[in-house]
Design a protein around this ligand. Structure first.
Ligand SMILES: Nc1ncnc2c1ncn2[C@@H]1O[C@H](COP(=O)(O)OP(=O)(O)OP(=O)(O)O)[C@@H](O)[C@H]1O
Length: 311
């Protein structure tokens, strides 16, 4: 899969502003970014559901604009919301998809059984899919997408809404797919998911690639420690943020949970932060350094200051 200089506008919204990325055959690329970053737009273009305004994209060697039918033949897409028919059994769901893809009844039945087994759905195969748990439904959806043996699979936020146990089960299944040589493009908002599944990660924010590398490289890029600042009054967090920015520092995230976070990428950052906060007219109730979590690393990568937006 190769994407070069992809742009896409929806009215005034610049959803993609020149995206480049590449997924090598047999690997998993994690496409990471916050809400509205442009992930779904990239996947929709690569699925031939949307045309780019400019730039090129090819999938399995086929251009998405000039050879959409060949692209569609090579891929399968698993969305955020299960597409299974809730009224019929898991077995029936897979059988119907297999028949729609042109398999004869006997081959369709065999393929359905094979996938039910592979995805640990054998025991509930005869029950209506509407009664399945979230994790079971997601597994059925994944199984349905694999019936035609696609070489390339797009997974859109595969574990959203699943509990930790079901999420791990799903991750194991997804890992198994690449052992069989499949190429995967995975979109997610969670660094943890990208690290669990993807060899390479591309971070997009506001329609641009802001970082690319292995999950480990991205985590190390923000340096060793993270500063956490709390203030007595919530409104003071904004004052603290402005004071840090004015001192040339780069606080990250929206402070939604009452904590302002900032990566400490240089030795003098901590002293500079102390000075900036001491000079602001606020009551600081917490000031501590921590090893960053993966999500904090991600936040730091996607926190482009507002004044640099859309330049
Ligand atoms: N059909 C559309 N019409 C208008 N605006 C759109 C359309 N599709 C996407 N957008 C806008 O383009 C931007 C990128 O959206 P996109 O859905 O690609 O983001 P995303 O990274 O997938 O977000 P999420 O994680 O929330 O799914 C957003 O500002 C969105 O509102």
């Amino acid at each position: 899969m190769r994407v070069q200089g992809l742009t896409k506008r929806f009215g005034k919204v610049h959803a993609l502003q020149g995206v480049d990325l590449e997924v090598r055959p047999g690997t998993v690329l994690g496409l990471l970014g916050p809400n509205g970053a442009g992930k779904t737009t990239i996947v929709r273009i690569l699925s031939t559901l949307e045309r780019p305004d400019s730039g090129t994209a090819s999938v399995g060697g086929h251009d998405v604009v000039r050879e959409p039918h060949l692209v569609r033949r090579a891929i399968a897409v698993v969305g955020q919301y299960a597409t299974v028919d809730q009224g019929v059994s898991g077995r029936e769901n897979l059988y119907v998809v297999a028949r729609l893809l042109g398999l004869r009844p006997r081959a369709a039945r065999a393929r359905a059984e094979e996938l039910l087994e592979l995805f640990g759905l054998g025991a509930m195969a005869g029950r209506a899919a509407g009664g399945y748990s979230g994790g079971q439904r997601r597994r059925l959806d994944l199984a349905a997408s694999l019936i035609g043996r696609p070489g390339i699979l797009y997974l859109d936020e595969p574990s959203t809404g699943l509990d930790p146990h079901s999420r791990k089960e799903l991750w194991d299944l997804i890992r198994g797919l690449t052992d069989d040589g499949m190429t995967l493009l995975l979109t997610t908002q969670h660094m943890e998911e990208a690290e669990a599944l993807a060899g390479d990660v591309v971070v997009v924010d506001r329609g641009r690639v802001v970082a690319a590398g292995t999950p480990k490289e991205l985590r190390s890029r923000i340096g060793g420690q993270m500063l956490h600042v709390r203030t007595a009054a919530t409104a003071d967090l904004e004052t603290a943020r402005s004071a840090l920015r004015a001192a040339g520092l780069a606080p990250a995230g929206d402070g939604e949970d009452g904590v302002l976070r900032m990566p400490l990428t240089r030795d003098d950052h901590l002293t500079a932060a102390l000075r900036a906060l001491a000079g602001a007219d606020i009551v600081v109730t917490g000031f501590e350094t921590r090893t960053p979590s993966l999500d904090e690393a991600f936040l730091a990568l996607t926190s482009v200051p507002r004044d640099r937006e859309d330049q």
